[in-house]
Design a binder for this molecule. Structure first.
Ligand code: SME
Length: 154
């Protein structure tokens, strides 16, 4: 019998460091990081990247149901996080004016802007069907994963 190891953010960060060390390609590493997060983090319904092209965030690698293909700068939680260059945590998506409902079952969300050498590459977006799913430790863990991603890519 095997007992599944307990989840810990530092361990996931370590796993991500290994996984992303073999490539420096933005798409490959975004694909692997979203798969790792989706596999390891409990109670999330969607995780993925929106990558900046001009003033539009275009859907990149993700795990979960099909999602909105593009988000304009400053729109929705993703566009707001991109424009403000700040992490946004939303406990109840209905309370966020302008939230874009790609999945009607999503209840809470966290978006981490991806900034490398002062340039915004895009955002990492994670959704849950539970209210208030993302706390401070999740924010810290996802911010560290974003740093691992940013260090890994050229
Ligand atoms: N809810 C996001 C849109 C992206 S989906 O959640 C995958 C937003 O308001 O920007």
């Amino acid at each position: 019998m095997t007992i599944k190891d307990e989840f810990s953010w530092p361990r996931l960060v370590q796993q991500a460091e290994g996984l992303l060390s073999v490539s420096s390609d933005r798409i490959s590493n975004a694909a692997n990081l979203s798969a790792l997060i989706f596999q390891e983090v409990h109670d999330i319904s969607w995780v993925g990247f929106y990558l900046l092209h001009g003033r539009t965030l275009l859907l990149g690698p993700f795990q979960g149901k099909p999602a909105c293909a593009s988000i304009e700068w400053g729109k929705g939680v993703c566009g707001t996080a991109a424009a403000s260059a700040k992490i946004i945590r939303v406990n109840d998506v209905e309370s966020f004016a302008g939230h874009i409902a790609c999945d009607v079952n999503a209840r809470s969300e966290i978006v981490v802007p991806l900034i490398k050498d002062d340039i915004l590459l895009g955002v990492l977006d994670v959704d849950s069907t539970s209210y208030g799913r993302f706390g401070e430790s999740d924010e810290k863990g996802l911010a560290e994963l974003a740093e691992v991603y940013l260090r890994s890519v050229v």
